[in-house]
Write a new protein. Structure first.
Length: 230
């Protein structure tokens, strides 16, 4: 994909949405990963498209209905795969929604060949942290980045504020652990200036499709302002 990002306020804003887990291989069968369904990211992609945006999806190993029939979609397995896609694609987009649940750890070195047998001596796995992806991306002044945080409910806001700094994003969509693999969300949007936006008048659970439309609507004014000279 070539970089065609020229100043043109008339063209639709271009969104890049990542979703689903990463699978960091142990052998050719087993992996380290997160229990992400990809549902919230997909709902955000649909809501952004409904708003008139052009949307490309980068999808991890998840099995959401209709995702492979999306007009513009690419697949990844590992964090390294995702990083490579983002390095290539991000310069050509205005908005990044980093809803993918990147595994925190991976096995040091190459995956073991074949399948570890149950009756074999249990392997000793040496793990290393997966490098930060979003915080290390080259981002222009007129690009807007939405990060995600999934944390215990009583820690989600504090941890989201920390991630704002580490990931160098414009805002964080903060979700409690209870939303994992579920059809509902209690997402809040945490901003660097201290604001916390909630869906409706509380942070109670609502359908992810409804929350996704709210998220897109809530961040759109800030996107328009920051990306106005795209």
């Amino acid at each position: 994909m070539t970089n065609t990002n020229k100043s043109n306020p008339e063209r639709p804003i271009r969104w890049l949405v990542t979703l689903g887990p990463t699978h960091e291989p142990i052998d050719q069968v087993r992996f380290i990963g997160n229990r992400s369904s990809g549902r919230m990211g997909f709902e955000i992609a649909k809501a952004a498209k409904e708003s008139g945006a052009q949307v490309r999806i980068l999808a991890g190993p998840c099995s959401l209905p209709k995702i492979d029939s999306w007009t513009d979609v690419a697949r990844f397995q590992t964090a390294a795969d995702l990083r490579k896609l983002l390095t290539t694609d991000w310069p050509n987009f205005d908005v990044l929604v980093m809803a993918a649940a990147v595994a925190d750890w991976r096995v040091v070195g190459a995956p073991l060949v074949g399948k570890i047998r149950r009756d074999a001596t249990p392997p000793v796995l040496q793990l290393e942290p997966v490098a930060e992806i979003v915080g290390n991306l080259q981002t222009r002044h007129n690009q807007f980045v939405v990060g995600f945080a999934l944390e215990p409910k009583d820690e989600v806001i504090a941890n989201a504020r920390q991630k704002l700094l580490v990931k160098k994003v414009d805002c964080i969509v903060a979700n409690s652990l209870e939303t994992l693999e579920g059809a509902q969300s209690d997402a809040r949007i945490v901003w660097g200036d201290g604001r916390i936006l909630t869906h409706g008048e509380s942070s109670e659970f609502a359908a992810k499709s409804k929350v996704a439309r709210w998220i897109v609507k809530a961040v759109s004014p800030s996107i328009t302002q920051k990306c106005r000279d795209r």
